[in-house]
Design a protein around this ligand. Structure first.
Ligand code: SF4
Ligand code: SF4
Length: 404
């Protein structure tokens, strides 16, 4: 695990323990903190130990200077945006580190900057094949183990808290939001397609998901060990990097389409093209937490007033004020509707039995899933790629000749 990964992971976990503590679960926070301390020290991995010390010092300073931030007493929108931006910054640093590492390998120089294993999170098909290998053959891939870990983490977020990964964590979603805002400054009109066209467009992402699942499910179990040992699998991350760094005509057209879509319609890429969003959308139907409207408190039913503030705040164009439970696969649990509602009891992100998840609770849950699971994986020796640097250097020199 690289220094950037270690620092991000420890900062996130220490912050989530602070949030847990200030939400009243003091014993839970102290237990989690104690377990994390013991696990980190017993790993004897100095970047993690140093990152934990730095994170603890920073958190103490933040608690003194900015107590509301340390306690998570922020508006939901601020908490979500802070979480998204910090995660995007960390992914940017990881991207730079990965690019430098790959460039040095390509130049035949032994890298002085290690490869960040979390980059494997961008290999969802490899992650799917690895999960299939674990389930059907009991084989744990050691080439890109982080791909299987991160795919599991993302699936768990969908299972527990709808598409909160899209709304709170995805850096592409954040980049799309900025593009959309930029376009709105230049051309203020909305260009949303009519409902009859919107639905078929939304299905495109399911077709792309179907193609990905076809590759994973269609690969016979007997072929998986050979694939996992192949050169192609070993350099799947470098192939992907090359795809982005030296794009061909088709890639450039695809990029232009994606950027245009994100600028044209709010969440256009998430809504129409992202296969990850489609996967999470399907899984999110199983999530016990949903946005639920209380008729007893909503101004429409309780006072007979006209109100649609929740619907107007929704970036996914969901008609919140006309529904009781928001089940749709497009809800990203962003909580903008809750923030916009004038009656704080009218809308909640909760289970059918009444268990509520506040913005602070959701931040804790997401942080634990996104960072504690990789920490456990790392401590269990299932995070770092075992492909030697020399092998990667050889393979990157012969990248163009390595096919499927
Ligand atoms: S319904 Fe609420 S939580 Fe869901 S996407 Fe719309 S604003 Fe966000
Ligand atoms: S914003 Fe609140 S009060 Fe208004 S319609 Fe939505 S849930 Fe009801």
């Amino acid at each position: 695990m690289s220094t950037v990964e270690s620092l991000t992971l420890m900062l996130a976990l220490v912050y989530s323990i602070s949030l847990l503590y200030w939400s009243g679960k003091k014993w839970g926070a102290l237990t989690c903190g104690g377990l994390m301390l013991v696990a980190t020290i017993s790993s004897l991995y100095w970047p993690l130990i140093a990152a934990l010390a730095i994170a603890a010092i920073l958190m103490t300073l933040v608690a003194k200077r900015y107590p509301t931030l340390a306690q998570g007493n922020l508006r939901a929108n601020n908490l979500r945006e802070g979480f998204q931006h910090l995660l995007a910054l960390s992914m940017l640093l990881v991207g730079v580190q990965f690019t430098i590492n790959s460039a040095l390998l390509k130049a035949g120089v032994t890298p002085w900057l290690m490869r960040p294993d979390v980059a494997d999170a961008f290999l969802p098909i490899a992650g799917g094949i690895e999960l299939k290998a674990i389930v059907s053959l009991g084989i744990w891939d050691q080439t890109h183990p982080a791909a299987a870990v991160m795919l599991t983490v993302v699936l768990l977020t969908g299972l527990l808290c709808k598409r909160a990964f899209c709304g709170w964590a995805c850096p592409l979603g954040l980049a799309g939001e900025y593009l959309y805002k930029l376009r709105k400054r230049l051309f203020s009109n909305e260009y949303a397609p009519p409902a009859w066209l919107d639905w078929p467009l939304r299905m495109i992402k399911y077709l792309l998901l179907g193609a990905m699942l076809y590759i994973i499910v269609g690969m016979p179990s007997a072929s998986i060990p050979t694939y996992l040992q192949s050169h192609y699998h070993k350099i799947a991350d470098l192939k992907m990097a090359l795809f982005f760094i030296t794009p061909g005509v088709v890639t450039i057209i695809c990029f232009a389409l994606i950027l245009g879509l994100a600028a044209w319609r709010r969440q256009g890429f998430c809504r129409y093209l992202c296969p990850y969003g489609a996967l999470l959308g399907l899984i999110s139907f199983l999530s016990p937490f949903k946005i639920r409207r209380s008729r007893q408190h909503c101004l429409i039913d309780s006072k007979g007033m006209n109100c649609d503030k929740c619907s107007r705040a929704c970036p996914a164009n969901i008609s919140v004020h006309n529904q009781i439970n928001i089940r749709t696969d497009e809800c990203q649990a962003c909580m903008r509707c809750i923030s916009a509602c004038p009656n704080k009891e009218a809308l909640n992100f909760r289970t059918r039995t009444g268990i509520k998840l506040s913005a602070r609770g959701l931040t804790i849950g997401l942080t634990v899933l996104l960072f504690a699971v990789p920490l456990i994986a790392h401590l269990s020796d299932f995070w770092v790629s075992q492909t030697p640097t020399e092998a990667r250097m050889y393979l990157i020199q012969h990248l163009k000749s390595i096919g499927h």
